[in-house]
Design a protein around this ligand. Structure first.
Ligand code: ACM
Length: 673
């Protein structure tokens, strides 16, 4: 009997996955909701569209519905007559009726679930909290559809709730300062894909980005004048709160501390001159954990800053302290001996425990990168796993809450598939049900060494939408090509929200071409990708923080579009070399042959000249391959020529790599056989 029930359950589960997969071919929802059912109805969007809410004194809902209405009319061009939501008691019926039980608390684990029903006659959003309503409004906007005569919402019933309660994006504003306008537009984008934590990495070797009145040298000497005032911080926190997003600040200590020590060298572990760091990498300046003044300054800073951030979690970094300056300091070595601290790790533990007490006094719970993990810490400390999933599992087993970033380092510029399929909890995780609750979720990390306000959006988006799906949706939602299809639409909608990931490509290309025709450069960006895994700026010594990040590589993104399509076409041809599959390849080759002719016309400055060899080699390979593919053969001479060009094409050009080079090589090898 039990076996039968199990078989039925497995069958139902299988059916659920199948039906959600079919629906995801049709609807471009992201993150994919927990349960979607369609009803073949549709709600037509007319100028009479109206929104009813139970209580217009709830500012979060008022602002959310106003934003919703503006985005809807902006997208559809419908002149909606009622520009604002009304109290639902004022009328019998509304197009969209919103109900929720209570105002949500902006804290970890708050209920974000919602139900959405769209029929011919009405749309209902029902939720436990107003934060759930916000999530539902985003789903509703993703269901806008159209035909030649109407805009409408597709008829569905959705029940939705997140898989993980902590779904974050970290933005490092220390390596490159990001004005609050950049942060606000990214918060809008986060909310549109239901992310709920903005982790604000505020200090590092390259900058201390916060006004501190009690210790003003920090922002005066440590920031090049690029820091956030208290009012600006409050503004960002309030903006995020309106979107249902918590803000967790990070002040990275005791390492990554050059900016602190530029201001207060007296708390350094080494007696030397400190300056704001201009390069990227891991540096030695470290706070002195044996000096009482260190804790006095930390106390002053944290006591002043803590009230600006309503969230209870406070991140202290704690990563990558190699302790070199500790080793070099006789007094620190003597201190270790006296206190029975056997190595630098134990010394850092000593430091962390003191910092944790300062934070506790200020009503905060400490969070830190996984280096801070140690059994003496109070059990409410959150371990942020970045070096490996083992740290996450280990922390969870020992009863600590933990957040995963390993595998979600978007600054590595790896293919999106790598992040999307980075399942936090593989089946063999070995955790008990109680321990599983310690896995809070994850964060994408946007480290800022190589991004400026011009380029940061294109490094975060649209890929972080797919990561948001990993954090929100069922773990079985893993079809990459279906995700890519939905992501294409999400990407356009992110631009509609103000994200500059698409348009700034052309801004950069116009700049490097000195305002000539950029079409040939666009073609190159569609097959070239930035060097991955920190190969750009190897050793951190090529670029300073103020070097130009306005080059060809900055216009290129990961998952280059034409490369993706071409690589697929080549795979198809190599597995079945029929005429149909051949014809999927040749238009690309023709395009790249012609592209070089267009490129030559604008190739008149030193920046573009760096791309000449690349463009020419692509065209020459394409010519050889096109001729061979059409005639069905390649001469030995051409084969040798092509092999030499491919070798060249494998070398990086202007910090980019050619994302079609393997496919070109495979096609050449096809003729070698
Ligand atoms: C880190 O990437 N150093 C946390």
């Amino acid at each position: 009997m039990k076996k039968h029930i199990l078989i039925i359950l497995i069958g139902l589960c299988h059916q659920y996955i199948l039906s959600q997969q079919q629906l995801s071919e049709k609807y471009n929802l992201m993150p994919w909701p927990k349960e979607v059912k369609e009803n073949n109805q549709k709600f037509v969007i007319t100028k009479g569209f109206s929104v009813g809410i139970q209580d217009i004194s709830n500012q979060r809902i008022r602002k959310a519905t106003t934003r919703f209405l503006r985005r809807l009319s902006g997208r559809t061009g419908v002149f909606i007559e009622d520009g604002f939501a009304q109290e639902s008691s004022t009328k019998d019926s509304f197009s969209l009726l919103i109900k929720y039980k209570r105002k949500g608390n902006l804290e970890l684990g708050e209920d974000e679930s919602y139900q959405l029903k769209i029929t011919n006659k009405y749309i209902h959003i029902d939720a436990e909290t107003d934060i759930g309503v916000l999530r539902g409004l985003e789903t509703l906007l993703q269901l806008t559809n159209y035909n030649k005569t109407q805009y409408y919402f597709s008829g569905v019933s959705i029940k939705d709730t997140p898989r993980f309660p902590w779904r974050g994006l970290m933005i490092d504003v220390a390596r490159h300062y990001q004005p609050i306008g950049v942060l606000k537009r990214n918060l809008d984008a986060m909310a549109s894909v239901k992310l709920n934590v903005f982790h604000w990495h505020l200090t590092d070797d390259q900058g201390f980005r916060v006004q501190v009145n009690s210790r003003p040298k920090l922002h005066q000497l440590g920031s090049d004048g690029q820091y956030y005032t208290h009012n600006q911080i409050k503004e960002v926190v309030a903006y995020a709160a309106d979107l249902g997003i918590r803000v967790v600040p990070e002040f990275d200590v005791p390492g990554h501390a050059s900016s602190w020590l530029t201001a207060y060298p007296e708390i350094a572990s080494k007696d030397t001159i400190y300056n704001i760091e201009r390069y990227a990498g891991i540096f030695n300046p470290t706070l002195d954990p044996t000096n009482n003044k260190t804790y006095k300054i930390l106390d002053d800073v944290f006591s002043e800053i803590a009230p600006l951030f309503p969230d209870v979690y406070f991140h202290i970094g704690g990563d990558e302290n190699e302790g070199k300056h500790w080793d070099e300091n006789q007094n620190i070595q003597a201190f270790k001996k006296k206190h029975g601290l056997k190595d630098n790790h134990e010394l850092q533990n000593y430091f962390n425990i003191k910092v944790q007490k300062i934070l506790k006094k200020n009503g905060k719970i400490m969070m830190g990168w996984d280096e801070i993990f140690q059994p003496e810490l109070p059990k409410n400390v959150v371990i942020h796993s970045w070096r490996g999933k083992e740290a996450m599992l280990e922390a969870a087993k020992k009863g600590y809450k933990t957040v995963l970033s390993k595998g979600f380092y978007i600054d590595l510029l790896k293919p999106l598939k790598h992040h999307y399929l980075n399942e936090p909890l593989k089946d063999n995780h070995g955790l008990t049900d109680n321990q599983l609750k310690n896995i809070l979720g994850g964060e994408a990390t946007m480290w800022g060494e190589l991004v400026t306000p011009l380029t940061i959006d294109s490094r975060i988006w649209p890929r972080t939408a797919a990561i948001a799906e990993r954090f929100w949706s069922d773990k079985n939602i893993t079809n990459v090509s279906n995700m890519m299809k939905r992501l294409d639409v999400v990407s356009q909608r992110l631009e509609e929200l103000g994200i500059t990931h698409l348009r700034n490509r052309d801004v950069i290309l116009r700049n490097i071409s000195n305002h000539q025709n950029i079409s040939s450069l666009i073609t190159l960006t569609r097959i070239c990708e930035p060097l991955k895994a920190y190969q750009r700026n190897k050793g951190g010594k090529e670029y300073k923080s103020y070097s130009p990040f306005t080059q060809f590589v900055d216009a290129c993104g990961t998952d280059a579009k034409d490369a993706f399509l071409f690589n697929e076409a080549v795979e198809g041809f190599l597995s079945d070399n029929n005429q149909n599959n051949l014809q999927k390849i040749t238009p690309f080759l023709t395009k790249w042959i012609d592209n070089h002719k267009a490129f030559i016309k604008i190739n008149n400055n030193p920046t573009l000249a760096k791309l000449e060899k690349l463009s020419k080699n692509i065209a020459n390979t394409s010519t050889i391959l096109k001729t061979a593919l059409i005639s069905g053969k390649m001469s030995k001479n051409k084969l040798n020529q092509a092999k030499i060009i491919i070798k060249n094409l494998k070398e990086p050009t202007a910090d980019t790599e050619l994302a079609i080079v393997d496919s070109l090589q495979k096609l050449i090898e096809y003729f070698e056989k």
